[in-house]
Design a protein around this ligand. Structure first.
Ligand code: SAM
Ligand code: SF4
Length: 333
């Protein structure tokens, strides 16, 4: 029983969803996410498999029902599937869902193992269907590999949702064809605005594309019917009548969605960020590596609930420094 010990923050929001970053490393270098010469963490800083599992169990004991593994690229971590198997045993018994956000490059190899371990749905990030744009955007020529990975996940019976960051002058013109492709393949698709996280090699203001504008353009082409589909997250969904698929829109900068927030994030070094857009943090690794890991983890989780802010404070503007000095690959998407 978790009643009474559930994670509830100072604004009465119950936290049931953990996003756990299991590596900061990645085999791509998406320009909006990290610089070309990204410095990764020394391995001893990163939680090992046992620590990640103990952490996840600690959250489940406090009422977390859904865990999303992310990164960096979760599937580049060598023991990622071992962790998925260990956590997958709790699906249906403690966990409602175990899922993952991946760039898809390693999915062809791992799709069947993920499904067998209890992963029924995944998010795959894909910003373009054009090989050259993919190469420029991710600094790697990996589009065929990613498409093969998505096909393998579908063949394994895993429901795929595509995540697409909308980028002015990069994939803007391609958004309708991406939506059409995703829906044609039977996948949902969610569009995301770029967020000012960490220093990258380009100026974000040049790339920022408000989804309100994208939505208006899509409405010229299609009938978008509001959908009551909800995930407890920031996505608002519409159904595209013509393509008969779900389209999600995540608009952190043009709309605030914090009131219903049910989630927290933990980095690969065990730093708990109660808000993706805030600087507050609690060190769970110190708790896990202490003399009394269970008690100290409990106390750290209580502290996190006490400091979770009411809302994020992202802004994007000309000449502004990034809102936060950490990259998305650290806190996970
Ligand atoms: N490597 C995996 C992937 O790409 O799906 C998981 C981690 S990645 C950080 C998670 C998501 O964050 C991806 O969909 C990515 O496009 C998105 N992302 C990264 N940096 C972002 C930024 N600055 N603004 C908005 N989304 C971002
Ligand atoms: Fe890697 Fe994902 Fe960041 Fe792209 S968005 S560089 S795939 S972590």
């Amino acid at each position: 029983m978790t009643v009474g010990r559930n994670l509830v923050d100072g604004f009465g929001r119950r936290i049931t969803y953990l996003r756990l970053s299991i590596t900061d490393r990645c085999d791509l270098r998406c320009t909006y996410c990290m610089p070309e010469r990204m410095t990764f963490l020394p391995r001893k800083e990163v939680l090992d498999l046992e620590e990640l599992y103990a952490l996840a169990r600690g959250f489940m004991d406090r009422g977390v029902r859904k865990i999303r593994l992310t990164g960096g690229e979760p599937l580049v971590r060598r023991d990622a599937i071992d962790l998925v198997r260990a956590l997958g045993r709790h699906v249906g018994d403690g966990l409602d869902e175990l899922t993952m956000t991946t760039n898809g490059t390693q999915l062809a190899t791992h799709a069947a193992a993920l499904r067998d371990a209890g992963v029924a749905r995944i998010n795959v990030s894909l910003d373009t269907l054009d090989r050259e744009t993919f190469r420029t955007l991710s600094r790697r020529d990996a589009l065929p590999q990613v498409l093969e990975g998505i096909a393998a996940a579908k063949a394994a019976g895993i429901a795929v949702k595509i995540n697409t960051v909308a980028l002015k002058g990069v994939n803007e013109h391609e958004i309708p064809s991406l939506v059409e492709w995703a829906h044609g393949e039977g996948h949902g698709i969610t569009l995301i605005e770029t967020m000012p996280l960490g220093v990258v090699d380009e100026d974000r203001i040049d790339r920022f594309l408000p989804l309100s504008r994208v939505r208006r353009e899509l409405e010229q082409r299609w009938t978008l019917k509001p959908s009551d589909h909800r995930t407890g997250g920031p996505s608002r969904y519409v159904r595209v009548e013509e393509t008969r698929g779900l389209l999600g829109l995540i608009t952190p900068l043009t709309e605030n969605f914090c009131a219903g927030c049910n989630r927290i994030r933990v980095t690969t070094t065990g730093q708990l960020f109660p808000c993706l857009g805030g600087g507050e943090r609690v060190d769970l690794r110190a708790a896990l590596r202490s003399e009394k890991p269970r008690e100290n983890l409990e106390a750290a989780l209580d502290e996190a609930m006490a400091i979770k802010p009411e809302r994020h404070h992202f802004r994007i503007g000309v000449g502004e420094a990034p809102a936060l000095d950490r990259h998305m690959s650290m806190t996970g998407g």
